[in-house]
Design a protein around this ligand. Structure first.
Ligand code: PEP
Length: 248
């Protein structure tokens, strides 16, 4: 019913060697498999689109500005991401929330900007370690979701990525029970807000997904794929994650 999605976030990594990895990854994909999205740095978007043009791999940005244009030195608009040939954009990654002080209201505006440019928005949410240790973890994640998500979301326009901040780049992952509980809560909330359409919105897990743990994470009913950082940089690491998703 929901198409599974393996998304890679290259963060501030990208060079000729990584473009070779992308080319290898693109060449290895069958026509029928999970959706695959790679999000390289903005400087490589056009090149990545070119490298993957005859493959099922799609390309996305890692961020966009909420405004369509203007005096925002160093930023790029959603339409600029779209103009490269990209089809999606990540918004609200915890590294952007931390490094650039992005609040839920800023991220909500970015999702709207992504939609205005006809981009799929991949909206990241997730708790800090202290929040995970406390009694209100699910309430905190729910509040973040509610405040970052504009009205009118559909399965075609929005993907949610649940990424516990303490699991990103650390090699630590929540227990499968914690992942199931959180994804089930997100699903309930999406359905409560968007009705049947909420059941079509994909929910990715992100945070230290590796070839060794992917298959177990993908057993969860409301895990529709993964947002992968470090393990998306090498085709040999990302491919087993894609394969695990194809089998789930
Ligand atoms: C991320 O950057 O979104 C991420 C999940 O990173 P990693 O897979 O390296 O933990």
């Amino acid at each position: 019913m929901r198409r599974s999605l393996a998304a890679g976030n290259w963060k501030m990594n990208g060079n000729a060697e990584l473009m070779e990895e992308l080319s290898t990854l693109a060449a290895a994909q069958p026509d029928a498999g999970p959706d695959i999205l790679i999000c390289p740095p903005a400087t490589l978007l056009s090149q990545a689109v070119e490298v993957t043009q005859n493959s099922p791999v799609r390309i996305g940005g890692q961020d966009c500005h909420a405004a369509p244009k203007g005096a925002h030195t160093g930023d790029i608009s959603a339409q600029m991401v779209k103009d490269t040939g990209a089809s999606a954009v990540i918004v609200g990654h915890s590294e952007r929330r931390a490094d650039h002080h992005e609040a839920d209201s800023d991220i909500r505006a970015k999702v709207e900007a992504a939609w205005a440019a006809d981009l799929l928005a991949i909206l990241c949410i997730g708790e800090s370690e202290d929040e995970r240790m406390g009694p209100d973890t699910l309430d905190i994640i729910a509040a973040q979701l509610d405040a970052s998500m504009p009205d009118g979301a559909t399965g075609e326009t929005l993907v949610i990525a649940y990424e516990p901040i303490w699991a990103i780049g650390t090699g630590r992952v929540p227990t499968l029970e914690q992942i199931i509980e959180t994804h089930d809560m997100i699903r309930d909330r999406l359905v409560a807000r968007f009705g049947a359409e909420g059941d079509k919105i994909r929910i990715l897990y992100g945070g230290s997904v590796k070839p060794t743990n992917a298959a177990e994470i993908f057993t969860a009913q409301n895990v529709d794929g993964a947002l992968v950082g470090g393990a998306s940089l090498k085709a040999a690491d990302f491919q087993p994650i894609i394969d695990a998703l194809a089998k789930a």
